[in-house]
Design a protein. Structure first.
Ligand SMILES: NC(=O)c1ccc[n+]([C@@H]2O[C@H](COP(=O)([O-])OP(=O)(O)OC[C@H]3O[C@@H](n4cnc5c(N)ncnc54)[C@H](O)[C@@H]3O)[C@@H](O)[C@H]2O)c1
Ligand SMILES: [Zn+2]
Length: 397
């Protein structure tokens, strides 16, 4: 088991990563925050596997435990659901000395976290993430919230948990598609942090395809010079290999991602200095693709995978990323199961959505790009022409 301490002020907290972490939940919760009354919030998919075991072990340790189980899915992240949960906490007479335990993926973590942050101005919060995406991303860093009208996470707060229990064993019951969803974020951390994470990811995902390969076997990452037109689209269906990145469900890999995110979060807890923007690598174009596909054609992970391809391409053109390193990044993104080509969406709409990105300032969208693998730069000004060109390249590969 690996413990990463997130050095938030005034109160740091621990993220415990490993197999069987949930079995030790009672003692760890007691040590972290002293709560003895808990409400576990979960969804039906997760509860079926893990709720009884967790409830029983907390109960045996003398804690008062109850639960709420919601249907799965993003459409649960609403103010209406939050209000229902407030009702449950009210009826169960929960106080600020009591804890909400969010047992599930990012949806449960965000929703239950938001409820914990706001009910009585803050109950104790324990995150128990059970999806790869939630373990490496959503459960760490203190962003909680719900969707509002068309805006994802439009209503929310920064509210750090007292403890994060990331039981790697729970990832065994995820679908391959959900593992791929989280895998794109894992690869993002690899590209941001460089060695030793990159080599570890290569060994796990695509053994024998790492930095040691000669450049001619480097795949298709090279960005054309400014004057070259995008290559024509190959005809026929795009081969989708859809690997199952099960090898990423590894204690050390997840802990490395958590360490990276924790360092960024500590440097910029409330997204004020800009440091936290680093975590947006691949997301500027990724978010636009996700939205252009109506949040159904491409999952978040697939969209981020395509966004990472685009970021590697733009990094060669604008921030001097070496072609062989870009190709290395490309191979990892591909091995994590990202689609290799953008299709089925209106390319103009994607470009338009990029300029309307949440993080846009004045007339430009600041991009996170790479000078080298492990050397991100933020706030890079990317012209509309380059945005259109890289989107055309994504659709024509
Ligand atoms: N707060 C943040 O910083 C942050 C960061 C990234 C994403 N998010 C949010 O996280 C959400 C996405 O997270 P997600 O991908 O975990 O989605 P999710 O919570 O919907 O989980 C994905 C699916 O996997 C199922 N599942 C989860 N764990 C399982 C397990 N161990 N076994 C079997 N099934 C399991 C869920 O029931 C669901 O069907 C989005 O709402 C997003 O906005 C938040
Ligand atoms: Zn993401």
């Amino acid at each position: 088991m690996i413990t990463v301490t997130v050095q938030t002020r005034p109160r740091p907290y621990q993220v415990v990563v490993g197999h069987g972490v949930l079995d030790e939940a009672a003692e760890r919760i007691r040590a972290a925050c002293g709560a003895a009354r808990l409400v576990i919030v979960s969804d039906q998919n997760v509860a079926g596997h893990y709720l009884d075991g967790l409830s029983a072990s907390l109960h045996e340790a003398g804690m008062t435990v109850s639960h709420v189980v919601l249907p799965p899915g993003e459409d649960q992240k609403t103010l209406a659901r939050a209000e229902e949960l407030y009702g449950v906490l009210y009826e169960r007479k929960m106080t600020r000395a009591d804890a909400v335990v969010a047992l599930g993926g990012g949806v449960i973590g965000d929703l239950a976290g938001f409820v914990a942050a706001t009910y009585l101005r803050g109950l104790l919060l324990v995150q128990a993430p059970t999806s790869l995406l939630a373990q490496v991303d959503a459960a760490v860093g203190g962003k909680v919230g719900v969707d509002f009208r068309a805006g994802k996470n439009h209503v929310g707060a920064f509210y750090q948990p007292r403890l994060v229990l990331a039981d790697v064993g729970t990832l065994a019951t995820l679908t391959a598609a959900e593992r791929r969803n989280g895998a794109a974020e894992v690869v993002k951390y690899g590209l941001l942090s460089g060695e030793p994470t990159l080599a570890r990811l290569e060994a796990a995902l695509a053994p024998g395809t790492g930095a040691d390969l000669p450049p001619e076997s480097a795949g298709s990452a090279s960005a054309p010079p400014k004057s070259a037109p995008p290559r024509p689209a190959p005809s026929g269906p795009v081969p989708r290999l859809e690997p199952d990145p099960v090898a990423l469900c590894d204690e050390e890999i997840i802990a490395e991602c958590v360490r990276y995110k924790a360092a960024v979060v500590v440097a910029d807890e409330r997204e004020e200095s800009g440091e936290r923007h680093l975590l947006n690598l691949g997301h500027t174009i990724g978010h636009a693709i996700e939205a252009a596909g109506g949040f159904s054609l491409y999952s978040h992970g697939e969209s981020v995978g395509l966004g990472l391809h685009a970021a590697l391409w733009l990094s060669q053109r604008l921030t001097g990323l070496d072609a062989a390193q870009a190709a290395r990044g490309e191979r990892l993104v591909q091995a994590a199961g990202a689609p290799s080509r953008l299709e089925g969406v209106d390319l103009q709409a994607v470009a338009g959505l990029v300029s309307r990105d949440k993080k846009a300032v004045a007339d430009h969208v600041p991009f996170v790009l790479l000078e080298d693998l492990g050397r991100p730069v933020r706030g890079v000004h990317v012209s509309t022409a380059d945005i259109e060109e890289v989107i055309a390249w994504l659709a024509a590969r």
